[in-house]
Design a protein around this ligand. Structure first.
Ligand SMILES: Cc1cc2nc3c(=O)[nH]c(=O)nc-3n(C[C@H](O)[C@H](O)[C@H](O)COP(=O)(O)OP(=O)(O)OC[C@H]3O[C@@H](n4cnc5c(N)ncnc54)[C@H](O)[C@@H]3O)c2cc1C
Length: 293
């Protein structure tokens, strides 16, 4: 394992200061949430010396608020803690099932959805769900906080918009109203503990007649970053989210994807699977929004 120093600042301001000091001195500092990506990286090829900056002592990153209008999930809250929250599971079932897919029980006891987003893998399971649930990144800066829609956060494979000195405090979501729900599905070659070959998240809002009035669709593992697919959402809006609409949305996902071929699947295979998962996830989100599942 590479050499590292460890600090656990007590305040957000101190955390930003440590990160900034390192950046201006040309030294490497890296935020630690659950460590399930970071420690693997430190033991592998990315083992140059650094200071690890633990954000788990901060009040803000441990905050979980389920308010009348808004939900806030702090960046230090482990996946398992989210999944055990029945109110949150009822409000954002797709997001919670995506975080419950990460690794094993042991990994879920440590890993965070903020770490999944900040690691910025194209195959991150929770990122498509965060995007379709209209997640907003709350980012700590040296002048307070700034906010950014989650779909604008990742900039490439393993890269994101965070500037030196900044870190993710947490994610904000609008509290879903009646008739709104989400779903996330991924395909992996094994039954668990593998990286998504394709992932698709869908969020729909239905009116009293079952007509879709709003939708968001996002795809993972089929482009350099998780991608929102507005054309797929447009194929659902104004419909009953029936088989034809879901098939059209699936085609839009295929068109938006630009996958690579690797040992888990060819690009052609991924383009087909993304359409299938869009149809299935869309049907699950629809049924949940109608209260029938
Ligand atoms: C056995 C195993 C199985 C896995 N299975 C899956 C899987 O099925 N699906 C999947 O998507 N991932 C999987 N992962 C990867 C990993 O568990 C997830 O990406 C996890 O969500 C990372 O969260 P963390 O809190 O542990 O992040 P950390 O490891 O603490 O951090 C990850 C990266 O993000 C940065 N970071 C973390 N939090 C912040 C923050 N608040 N602000 C700024 N930067 C931050 C860190 O500096 C680091 O670069 C697996 C990992 C292992 C070891």
């Amino acid at each position: 394992m590479g050499e590292f120093a460890y600090v656990a600042p007590a305040t957000v301001a101190d955390t930003v200061a440590v990160l900034e000091e390192h950046a201006s001195a040309g030294k490497r500092a890296q935020v630690l949430a659950g460590g399930t990506d970071l420690l693997v990286q430190l033991r592998g090829s990315d083992n140059e010396p650094r200071t690890i900056v633990d954000i788990k002592q901060l009040d803000e990153t441990n905050r979980l608020d389920i308010g009348a209008d808004e939900i806030f999930i702090g960046a230090a809250i482990a996946s398992a803690v989210l999944y055990e929250n029945e109110e949150l599971k009822a409000l954002l079932p797709g997001l919670l099932e995506s975080s419950d897919l990460i690794g094993s029980t042991q990994i879920q006891g440590r890993c965070t959805i903020g770490g999944n987003l900040c690691n910025s893998s194209p195959a991150a399971d929770t990122t498509p769900a965060i995007i379709v649930d209209s997640g907003v990144c709350v980012i700590a800066t040296n002048s307070g906080t700034r906010e950014l829609p989650a779909e604008d956060f990742c900039t490439g494979v393993g890269t994101n918009v965070l500037a030196p000195g900044e870190f993710l405090l947490g994610l904000k979501f609008p509290r879903p109203g009646a008739g709104t729900s989400d779903a996330y599905l991924r395909f992996i070659p094994r039954t668990e503990m593998d990286i998504a070959v394709v992932g698709v998240a869908v969020n729909v809002t239905l009116d009293d007649t079952g007509t879709c009035t709003a939708a968001r669709v996002a795809i993972g593992a089929v482009a350099p970053t998780p991608l929102m697919v507005p054309a797929a959402a447009d194929a659902l809006i104004g419909t009953q989210v029936d088989d034809d609409a879901l098939a059209a949305a699936g085609v839009r996902c295929t068109e938006a994807s630009s996958p690579i071929s690797d040992k888990r699947g060819t690009a052609e295979y991924r383009r087909k699977v993304v359409a299938v998962l869009c149809r299935r996830a869309g049907a699950i989100a629809r049924d949940r929004a109608m209260g029938v599942s």
